[in-house]
Design a protein around this ligand. Structure first.
Ligand code: BES
Ligand code: ZN
Length: 844
């Protein structure tokens, strides 16, 4: 924690009165502020956070006396200093300020402008993104999650514009000059990062949730028909979480706002949640099932933050996971309640658990309870560890405590710390107190230490050791951490409850076969000995265990092969037991792992690998076709597009031909091809297409209004195999046709394309400063993240040197993770090359 830059020991804010006037013609704003605060010690100076603000007036009011301050700035530290002629005694004061600032034009943070078009005319709106330290760009404050205060907000804007903030407008005064002052009801005590000020032309839908609270969905003009799904889901979730946490939603209104330019997916400003359009808008015909699910998940995530994050806030950013890990867990609780047929907990195992095991297998990971050297480094920990590992260890804890204990503990915690701040330890204490179980003993290692265990079964003995993804690291690093590993397990004789708390554990050997870690709820991996694995193959084929358990086995065997705990040809032969699989999550995991193997393979062997993959897909290929039936389940719809795109990827000729035909139909009229398979069509024609196809897709992108469709097309633009076309796709990503929020997708997807790697790396080097400016914010790591797929030594050396000569505080962690992963890929490829060739000769 960077105490030097925290202001809490000098001043404690109580209430802010803010009058803000954004100017959407000149893209500036001005503000007046009265800050009510407690000065905690005698001082000649008062210090607040401020960045890029020009403060024109600063007057301290003390017993109705006014004292003018001298204003100076420490720009690097993002501070403004008010110096007084004489020492001010500790006590309560008001500070009156006036200031000006600029609306951000490049970065999507602070107060920034976003654009949309109406009848071909470009229009602007102004919106805020304050998490984590954007508030200080808009008004002087103690911009710290622990400095909670009440905010009285007024916005001064032209009469025809809509204003949205955290609460509801209680008063509107119209001025003669065509402007109005909109005043909002006071907020509860809250953190600066969750404030929001949105001004622009909006349309909205509204509805009362069953708990009587008003819920509204705001969109830019013309998109209102896409707001209904979000409104319904938000109303239901608001009531659901109120019951779950057993504490009422404290604000008069919940607004959900679709913003055309947005860095993250969504932001949980209290009562005024902002979203990317794709994360909020649903068109009943045009939105794919996957996208609709994503919308529900994001809404559920952000609404759960109204309690976990906004009502109770982490004391400091090192405990960010308390916000994000919890919301990433609660999103599944919420969505699963309303859409059980979506099987969200199965998907959790792939979307969160699996992803977390990936990043946290690197030595360059970090503990969930992070150490932060400075505020600039906060954005680095918005990653799979805080989100997905956080959610996974919470799932483990909830399983360990039982649902009721877990929920009661949370209720106790939320009530105890409402309107205040808490730490990880506070949460453990609450759960321990309510459940009577040893929470700290279970959780400590998972949250304070990096990484997680891999458990090896050898005859009747289990051993634990830290899992490393890279064979290089695995061989040279000793880590003596011993985790407590609860392992509910399945055997042919029934379920057993195991707990490993030492280096090893002896099992009673009264079973024929065992699948450890039932439902994959413990954050660990397993490798089995040969005998047990041979038996598990039959268990898999006969589907005696659940999809999550079948998925866990194949995931772990491939990942263990990557790091050399086991052999790749073994994993590839176990994969053959999955031919009769029909579960979406199992295919998602298995095909994900196969594509990592394909990444190691040289062009000359690609056909052989394609044949091997097609043989695994041969049965499902017979069951899946392009046409949707009205009785298709959500799972079937997701499965269809997954299988079709993979069949295309592995060059199933009939699939490629059909995709080309469907693309002809798309060109006549998009709606002629079902939205759930359109993504697969675009990818397959791109993988097999030329410059003409590229231009057609590009035009579709440019003329498309809907963001979700743009994303599908945009991804396909990165999949061409011709070097010239690839260059065009990359140039297109920074043209005026692509919003800066979407550039990252282009880069990451291009890196997945073997044929594009040299070009995309060159492009990034050539445009480094431009990309850094355009993508500043949480999406910045997307500039380089995709490079983790590289297996080429020359490229590696170049990247390493470039990273060294272009350090950036917000990219330091991602850079080291990318390098660790590439080193591991290269070693993996070298190690397996010969055996892989042999395997493919006899298996294609
Ligand atoms: N608080 C975050 C948004 C955020 C992230 C702001 C990083 C500032 C920096 C929000 O709650 C969030 O986590 N959004 C996710 C949604 C998801 C995990 C469902 C996102 O944007 O991807
Ligand atoms: Zn979140």
């Amino acid at each position: 924690m960077d105490l030097k830059k925290r202001l809490l020991d000098l001043i404690s804010p109580i209430e802010y009165d803010l009058i803000l006037k954004p100017d959407l013609t000149n893209f500036t704003f001005s503000g007046e502020e009265i800050l009510n605060f407690n000065l905690l010690k005698n001082s000649k100076k008062i210090i607040l956070n401020a960045k890029k603000l020009i403060i024109t007036k600063a007057i301290l009011i003390s017993n109705s006396k006014e004292i003018e301050a001298r204003i100076s700035y420490k720009e690097q530290e993002m501070l403004v200093l008010f110096t007084f002629p004489k020492e001010i005694k500790k006590g309560k004061y008001k500070l009156k300020l006036a200031f000006n600032g600029k609306l951000n034009a490049d970065a999507l943070k602070g107060w920034y402008k976003s654009s949309y078009t109406i009848n071909g005319q470009k229009k602007f709106l102004a919106t805020t993104q304050f998490e984590e330290i954007g508030a200080r760009e808009v008004f002087p404050s103690v911009d710290d999650p622990s400095a909670k205060a009440v905010f009285n907000i007024s916005l001064v804007v032209p009469k025809d514009l809509t204003t949205i903030s955290n609460t509801i407008d209680k008063k509107v005064i119209e001025h003669e000059n065509g402007w109005k002052t909109v005043t909002f009801t006071p907020t509860p005590k809250m953190a600066t990062y969750a404030l929001a000020f949105v001004v622009g032309q909006f349309e909205f839908l509204e509805k009362k949730a069953t708990n009587g609270k008003l819920v509204r969905v705001f969109v830019t003009p013309g998109k209102l028909s896409q707001a209904k799904f979000a409104l319904d889901v938000a109303c239901r979730l608001l009531t659901f979480y109120e019951k779950y946490f057993d504490i009422a939603y404290p604000l008069p209104v919940l607004d959900l706002i679709a913003i055309p330019d947005f860095d993250a997916g969504a932001m949980e400003n209290w009562g005024a949640i902002t979203f990317r359009e794709v994360a909020l808008l649903v068109d009943e015909k045009e939105t794919s099932a996957a996208n609709k699910q994503w919308v529900a998940i994001v809404i559920a995530h952000e609404i759960s933050h109204m309690w976990f994050g906004n009502l109770v806030t982490m004391k400091w950013w090192n405990d960010l996971w308390l916000n994000e890990g919890f919301a990433s867990y609660m999103e599944y609780v919420g969505v699963n309640n309303f859409f059980p047929e979506w099987k969200m907990w199965e998907q959790f195992a792939v979307l969160d658990h699996n992803r977390a095991l990936g990043l946290d297998g690197l030595i360059t990971t970090h503990p969930i309870q992070a150490k932060l050297e400075s505020v600039e480094k906060i954005s680095e920990i918005f990653d799979e560890v805080s989100y997905s590992k956080g959610a996974s260890v919470i799932q483990m804890l909830a399983t360990f405590l039982g649902e009721e204990n877990f929920r009661n503990g949370l209720r106790y915690y939320i009530k105890k710390f409402a309107y205040g701040n808490a730490s990880t330890q506070d949460l453990w204490n609450a759960l321990e107190k309510v459940s009577g179980k040893k929470v700290v003993a279970l959780m400590d290692k998972y949250t304070k230490k990096p990484g997680y265990p891999i458990v090896t079964l050898n005859k009747n003995q289990l051993f634990q050791t830290r899992f490393f993804k890279s064979n290089i690291i695995r061989r040279k690093t000793k880590d003596s951490t011993i985790w407590n590993i609860p392992l509910k397990s399945i055997t042919d004789k029934g379920d057993v409850d195991l707990l490993i708390s030492k280096k090893s554990l002896k099992l009673k050997n009264d079973f024929d076969w065992i699948k450890l870690n039932k439902n994959e709820t413990t954050f660990a991996r397993i490798i089995y000995d040969k005998e047990n694995l041979a038996k598990l193959k039959l268990v898999i084929e006969k589907k005696i265990i659940s999809p999550i358990d079948r998925m866990g086995i194949i995931r772990d065997i491939f990942d263990s092969a990557e790091s050399g705990y086991t052999r790749l040809d073994l994993a590839l032969s176990v994969a053959k037991s999955y031919k009769n699989e029909d579960s979406y999550i199992v295919w998602a995991a298995l095909l994900g792992k196969l594509s990592k193997v394909k990444n190691l393979i040289d062009l000359e062997d690609e056909n052989k690998f394609n044949n091997y993959a097609l043989s695994i897909l041969s049965e499902i290929d017979k069951k899946i076709n392009w046409d949707k039936a009205s009785e298709d389940s959500h799972e079937k719809i997701l499965l269809r597009s997954l299988i079709l795109s993979n069949l295309g990827e592995y060059k199933d000729s009939k699939i490629v031909e059909k995709a080309k035909k469907l693309f002809e139909l798309v060109k006549e009229k998009k709606q002629k091809v079902d939205t759930d398979i359109r993504g697969a069509v675009y990818s397959i024609v791109a993988e097999n297409g030329d410059e003409k196809t590229f231009n057609e897709l590009k035009d579709l992108y440019i003329n498309e209004e809907m963001h979700a469709e743009k994303n599908r097309i945009g991804s396909a633009l990165c999949l061409f195999k011709d070097g010239n076309v690839i260059k065009k796709a990359l140039e297109f990503s920074i043209s005026e046709h692509v919003r800066s929020q979407d550039i990252g997708r282009f880069l990451v997807i291009s890196f997945e394309n073997k044929f594009a790697r040299d070009a995309v790396w060159k492009f990034i080097k050539n445009n480094w400063l431009l990309l850094i400016t355009k993508m500043e914010g949480i999406g910045m790591d997307w500039i380089i993240k995709g490079a983790a797929t590289i297996t080429d030594k020359k490229l590696y050396i170049d990247i390493k040197e470039f990273f060294k000569s272009h350090p950036h505080p917000k990219l330091e962690k991602t850079m080291s993770q990318v390098l660790e992963q590439i080193e591991s890929n290269i070693e993996w490829k070298d190690r397996e090359e010969a055996d892989l060739k042999k395997f493919l000769i006899s298996n294609s």
